[in-house]
Design a protein around this ligand. Structure first.
Ligand SMILES: [Zn+2]
Length: 302
């Protein structure tokens, strides 16, 4: 298995022009898996209030030890592309144009890699939050990846397609529910659903990791003896989620269930020592998990 790191710089990079331009650099990482490969593609980043991570006073010293002292965090967004010679699979599709101006950059990152929307054969969702789902339609409300079979875990699909979710979800996420409903209604005839433990494509096994959302799915990807684990937002940052995995996270819709899932998943990932891709983990999102006393640490593959 071989890791490479690549920084792709695009756009007008001439000195002097930079300060007036939005950020146009994309960091990406790759993992060769025998005859298959994973590339992570940057969709940009989010800007979130720190309280969305945790408002627990016990979190403060941990955050400070990671240099996080302001009012906001800017997590990166890493979409995973898996190509095995037959299938070209995108795990999540980023934010599109309607969520945050700092995100929705996936197509530029795909361009840089030479992959066109029509090349994508499958779009597989970890969950239905805006930064993972909203890029699925183009400006005409047609599927952006128009040749792709779309796939989502059944529990997750059923939750967001239910109009009652807009009433039951907390106020801060009502726009999430409206945005997911509109997109999934549009896609409904083109989306396949599946359950926990199913092999959804050759070498790709779904593993339910609920709590961040009711039906959040992670994916074990295997090709020959090589494997990797695509964890979406089951482990949502490289600081608190590793240093204090049992601590409730503000970004989880069910914080207690999210913590239970995270504790079990980190134990599994540290034991199996396999590469992981986290949607909001730094340095392109590819790394692995190591034990650190009673907790864990994230080790990026740079
Ligand atoms: Zn996310």
């Amino acid at each position: 298995m071989k890791f490479t790191r690549r920084t792709i710089l695009r756009g007008a990079m001439a000195a002097g022009a930079m300060s007036a331009l939005p950020r146009l650099s994309f960091a990406a990482t790759s993992l060769e898996m025998g005859s298959a490969r994973i590339d992570t593609l940057s969709d940009g980043n989010l800007v979130l209030p720190l309280g969305f991570v945790s408002d627990n006073p016990a979190a403060k010293p941990i955050l400070e030890s990671y240099g996080i002292t302001g009012d906001a965090v800017e997590p990166p967004c890493n979409v995973t592309l898996y190509r095995d010679g037959t299938n070209t699979v995108l795990f999540d599709v980023g934010s599109g144009n309607d969520f945050m101006p700092t995100a929705g950059k996936l197509t530029e990152a795909m361009d840089a890699l030479g992959v066109a929307p029509e090349d994508v054969t499958h779009v597989v969702f970890t969950h239905g939050h805006p930064d993972h789902l909203w890029g699925v339609l183009d400006d005409f409300d047609e599927p952006f990846f128009f040749n792709a079979q779309h796939m989502m875990g059944k529990t997750e699909f059923d939750y967001w397609i239910d109009p009652a979710t807009q009433d039951s979800i907390d106020d801060g996420r009502k726009t999430f529910a409206a945005g997911a409903l509109r997109r999934l209604e549009t896609l409904q005839d083109q989306i396949a659903t599946f359950g926990d433990g199913e092999e959804i494509l050759p070498g790709i096994m779904a593993q339910m990791t609920p709590g961040h959302t009711p039906g959040h799915m992670s994916y074990q990807v295997k090709n020959g003896s090589a494997q990797a684990f695509i964890i979406g937002d089951a482990i949502v940052n490289h600081y608190l989620a590793f240093a204090a995995p049992a601590m409730a996270a503000g970004s989880d819709q069910d914080p207690d269930l999210g913590a239970t899932t995270r504790v079990a998943l980190l134990d599994q990932l540290a034991s199996e020592k396999m590469p992981i891709v986290g949607f909001h983990l730094p340095e392109g999102g590819l790394g692995h998990v190591e034990r650190d006393g009673d907790a864990y640490r994230y080790v990026p593959e740079v």
